[in-house]
Design a protein around this ligand. Structure first.
Ligand SMILES: [Zn+2]
Length: 221
């Protein structure tokens, strides 16, 4: 009998928990299954895997998660996740300090970095304006963006938010906050065709959108 047959969870995920002879394993499975995308069956597989391997593997996993969770901070300039007061991007002398790309969250930074097409700085809003979710401008890192543009005399702010209504609303709000400052406001190009290279759409499209950015003024009518 193999693993899957022995632990046949397909009918009722919860009933499988009765098979545990160990409360310790059950606790580990319950904690692992709280993670997104991890069901009870996968959680049990992971727990038993860790049980089989050397103790130092479980220790390294546990310690790295605890250390990440307790030691990580947010960059005081751009609000990116960081190991220190200033993140590696803001602290890199080779980055173009004249350009600030405004994004919703840290995953957008990773996606844009992945394109290899951008060498400026970022500003992470921590979300977008969404009245239905109760998120207003004051809940986002917008004042610090305005402050940065004033203090650092940035030449260009790129609005790289999602194409949803909330994204457009946020773009327009940011535009109104920034338009009287001495800074060019641009937005990433939309709907760039990648022709036959569709399988590479994410990186290629995003990279081209960044390169083909447009002045924001006039795009929001
Ligand atoms: Zn930073």
């Amino acid at each position: 009998m193999n693993f899957d047959e022995y632990f046949d969870f397909d009918k009722d995920n919860r009933s499988c928990m009765n098979v545990f002879a160990s409360k310790l394993v059950e606790n580990a499975v319950n904690e692992l299954s709280r993670l997104p995308g991890i069901g009870k069956k996968t959680a049990l597989r992971l727990a038993l895997h860790l049980l089989k391997k050397d103790l130092h593997i479980a220790e390294a996993l546990g310690n790295s998660i605890i250390k990440m969770r307790t030691d990580i901070v947010f960059c005081t300039m751009c609000h990116n996740i960081s190991d220190g007061e200033i993140c590696e991007i803001c602290g890199n002398p080779k980055r173009d300090k004249n350009t600030i790309c405004v994004v919703e969250d840290v995953r957008d930074v990773m996606a844009i970095e992945n394109t290899g097409q951008y060498n400026g700085l970022y500003h992470i809003l921590g979300g977008i304006i969404s009245p239905i979710d109760g998120i207003g401008p004051n809940d986002l890192n917008i004042d610090s963006l305005v402050h940065r543009v004033q203090q650092e005399a940035a030449g260009e702010v790129i609005l790289a938010l999602s194409t949803t209504i909330e994204g457009d609303t946020t773009n327009f709000y940011l535009y109104r906050r920034l338009k009287d400052l001495d800074v060019a406001i641009t937005t990433i190009a939309r709907g760039v065709s990648v022709g036959d290279e569709l399988e590479y759409a994410d990186e290629v499209t995003l990279g081209r959108s960044l390169l083909n950015r447009l002045p924001y003024e006039g795009t929001h009518d």
